[in-house]
Write a protein that binds this ligand. Sequence first.
Ligand code: DGL
Length: 274
Amino acid sequence: MYLNRESPIGVFDSGIGGLSVLRHVRTLLPNESLLYFADSGFAPYGEKPEAVIVERTVSIAAFLLTQNIKALVVACNTATAAAIAGLRSRYPDLPVVGVEPGLKPAAALTRSCTIGVLATANTLASEKFLKLQAQVAQDSGVNFLLQACNGLAHQIEKGELSSRETRQLVTQYVAPLVIQQADTLVLGCTHYPFVEPLIREAAGPNVRIVDTGEPVARQLRRVLEQHDLLRDASRTGQLLAYTTGSSSTLSLAFSKLLQLEATVHAVSSAQMTH
Ligand code: DGL
């Protein structure tokens, strides 16, 4: 596999959630061109069978490789948990960066030693997550309260960032964690930073919130450095996006959530067969 320094970086998610990672990548690596892929036609992933997520992830990676990417960011906790190991063995030469819930940073922050983890049901049930949880719990002695937030990514995907229904869901998931003394909440799904104001409102002023968007961008920079794939500082990064859902919805998400203009193309299943 020939990787070109001038090529773009692929960033993908089940939908618009990965934009919460992309914004940090843009800030940290302004010279890099980015290809964002939203699998909104198949979102949410959070309650789908693992085999479906693996299949979607492999097709998306193959599609992005036809667009000549030099690295891939799996900006989705659910897809990382289900499919990153398979992706790495399929494309051993491609730098692949995943996201996982920030349990370690949360363990360093908590005073009550009780941490709430908000994520999809699939992420919380995955072997990868359970292993991480056991390791961090053993190393730090903290207690994790796992909360699957069924339906929340779907609300965000619909653009309902502050509707009554979304607020109700957030309260239903967050309030019991605070009652059980959680003083730190981990956003274990890349969609959730877009409802952080609601999460803060439900959690109260003393609860800290951990998001991994920025550490993922830093990890990406490290990996590109190691592979000598960082673009020259004189270059200007371009932004292009693909979606299996509606292109106007994704354009709107870019401008509403990130205040960015992106050229968005709709991708059909026929263009994605691998
Ligand atoms: N944004 C994704 C994650 O980080 C998945 C949400 C979903 O599609 O259910 O887990």
